[in-house]
Design a protein around this ligand. Structure first.
Ligand SMILES: C[C@H](O)[C@H](O)[C@@H](O)[C@@H](O)C(=O)O
Ligand SMILES: [Mg+2]
Length: 398
């Protein structure tokens, strides 16, 4: 059986802005919950404490990768990466794909990673590799007429269940989600007063959602081990289920200590800013966390997430990918050690369900009553198309 070869790889940026950051989902308009005084390491600078956009969380913009086969079939994917990622895709990675069989995804991934090993390994380089890999899986699905999850071994359950990330866990419960993860609003720079407000918020939310609904805190790398330990212990009485990405992702030693410090029964989670099987092996070998949360658009793509997930399975660690829309749904539905998924509430007040990568993806499925039936994924590739209304800009060619 012969398949068409890869004819051309193209990389574009899409700028987000008012009300539609797309894959660069932090790039939202004013007043959005996702940019309202959320604690970060930059919070030690007063001028950067109110808004993450003020220090540049949205500088990159969306990367769109298109891979066209010589029969005209096009696979695509979106992730975070902007112009720098476009440069790498066009000027470096395209050479490993053009003229090749699209199903040689292992060879292509290996050459992209080791061909950029001298300057990459983590961060935006792996975002770019992830974007190419996701577009390749989309192309493979379109060429075979199969959804990606079929090619990953098929569904192990009939539906996905989601927890919601956003400012309103109380509303998330009413919408049928299994839990609510809140951003942390006050970091160590705001002292005991800030810590008290963080705890009061969990107490208030617990009073609103009742005893059984999951409540979690997402600390977005803002804390130190001591502060995270104190926060965990003070929130324990309100049933905080997990404390997420509390400290600097490179401080594996700190995570190992935090995991020992937190109250028994509270989970430590992290990984959305970690890359590749080697980074996640480090997290697991050093006993850093109970759940790893790779973003499939940032950790190396599906090809790498398969390896990360197998490592985690052998290690008894759950894999709950960081919210990345259809790109994680097609994976989570195929793995027993991924029992639920994240849904990021992109509505500015977190008061209704909106497609995560709006307005970029046509046909982007969203949970209903906190769930998504596997049949919603039954379209070739990742089952979405690029919105033709969205303006693409190709900064480099090769
Ligand atoms: C809510 C958090 O601050 C981030 O904005 C969020 O994108 C990420 O950490 C998550 O886990 O969803
Ligand atoms: Mg997070």
């Amino acid at each position: 059986m012969t398949f068409p070869k890869i004819k051309q790889v193209r990389a574009y940026v899409i700028k987000g802005g008012e009300g539609g950051g797309g894959a660069d989902y932090h790039d939202q308009g004013e007043g959005h919950w996702i940019d309202n005084h959320i604690a970060t390491s930059m919070g030690r600078y007063p001028e950067y404490r109110q808004s993450r956009k003020s220090f540049g969380i949205n500088v990159l913009g969306t990367l769109v990768v298109e891979i066209e086969a010589d029969d005209g079939t096009i696979g695509f994917a979106v992730t975070t990466g902007g112009e720098p990622a476009c440069y790498m895709v066009e000027k470096h990675f395209a050479r490993f794909l053009e003229g090749r069989n699209p199903f040689e995804y292992e060879r292509i991934w290996d050459q992209m990673y080791f061909g950029s090993q001298y300057y990459g390994r983590k961060g935006i380089v792996v975002n770019a590799i992830s974007g190419v890999d996701l577009a390749l899986w989309d192309l493979m699905g379109k060429l075979r007429g199969e959804p990606v999850y079929h090619m990953l071994g098929g569904a192990v359950r009939d539906e996905l269940q989601f927890y919601a990330t956003g400012a309103r866990p109380d509303l998330a419960k009413e919408m049928g989600f299994i839990g609510g993860k809140m951003p942390l609003y006050h970091g160590p720079i705001e002292g005991d007063e800030g810590l008290k407000k963080n705890v009061e918020l969990v107490a208030d939310m617990r009073s609103k959602v009742g005893e059984d609904f999951w409540l979690m805190y997402d600390c977005w790398m803002a804390l130190d081990v001591n502060y995270a330990t104190r926060l965990a212990h003070k929130c324990h009485e309100y049933g905080l289920k997990w404390i997420e990405e509390a400290i600097n992702p490179d401080d594996y030693w700190g995570y190992a200590q935090l995991k020992k410090n937190v109250p028994q029964g509270m989970l430590v989670t992290t990984g959305e800013h970690e890359s590749t099987r080697w980074g996640f092996k480090m997290l697991m070998d050093m006993g850093c966390c109970d759940i790893i949360q790779p973003d499939v658009g940032w950790c190396g793509g599906v090809t790498e997430l398969l390896k990360i997930s197998a490592l985690a399975d052998a290690n008894g660690t759950l894999v709950v990918p960081h919210g990345s829309s259809v790109y994680s749904y097609h994976f989570v539905i195929t793995r027993h050690n991924s029992p639920f998924a994240e849904f990021l509430m992109m509505a500015p007040k977190a008061d209704h369900v909106a497609p995560m990568f709006h307005p970029q993806l046509l046909g982007e499925p969203v949970p209903e009553n906190g769930r998504l039936k596997v049949t919603a994924l039954d379209k070739p590739g990742f089952g979405v198309e690029l919105n033709p209304e969205v303006k693409l800009y190709r900064p480099y060619e090769h």
